[in-house]
Design a protein around this ligand. Structure first.
Ligand SMILES: [Zn+2]
Length: 147
């Protein structure tokens, strides 16, 4: 049984979308830097619901009941989860997740699947053939599809 406040703020979520920040693995991209970049793009705040920094810390960026700004066309019924990185030292798309990030991401997705058992887990680039991005630079559906 979920708490009353959960229902009060309930929003239908049928999709968990995994992203990368598309920043180089050898450069820090802090929550503050992410916030600045999203504010500069005209968003009210960070567009993702969760941001996982390289140290494995999960930063809650917006409440789950609030619609995010992370995947055009899929925002209304999804949550956006982003990890810091996604580009190698030369700026090429790569799965740069640290061990701490992998553990944190798995824990977070498991928890979210408890809250939203019917939600599918997909990487940003797996939403549609019209998404021409490498994001999140690994096969999220293959890795987490069975959670
Ligand atoms: Zn993305």
């Amino acid at each position: 049984m979920k708490s009353g406040s959960f229902y009060q703020n309930y929003r239908e979520v049928n999709l968990l979308v995994v992203h990368c920040s598309a920043t180089r693995c050898d450069r820090q991209f802090s929550v503050a830097a992410l916030r600045r970049s999203h504010l500069a793009r005209g968003f009210a705040d960070i567009g993702y619901h969760f941001y996982i920094t390289r140290d494995g810390e999960v930063h809650i960026c917006r409440p789950a009941h609030q619609i995010g700004a992370h995947a055009t066309g899929w925002n209304d019924k999804s949550l956006g989860i982003c990890y810091e990185g996604g580009l190698d030292e030369k700026g090429r798309p790569a799965d740069t997740r640290t061990y701490a990030q992998r553990c944190a991401l798995l824990d977070l997705l498991r928890q979210l699947k408890k809250d939203y058992p019917d939600a599918r887990i997909l990487g940003h680039c797996q939403l549609s053939a019209s998404v021409h991005k490498a994001c999140p630079c690994f096969d999220a559906k293959g890795e987490y599809g069975e959670l």
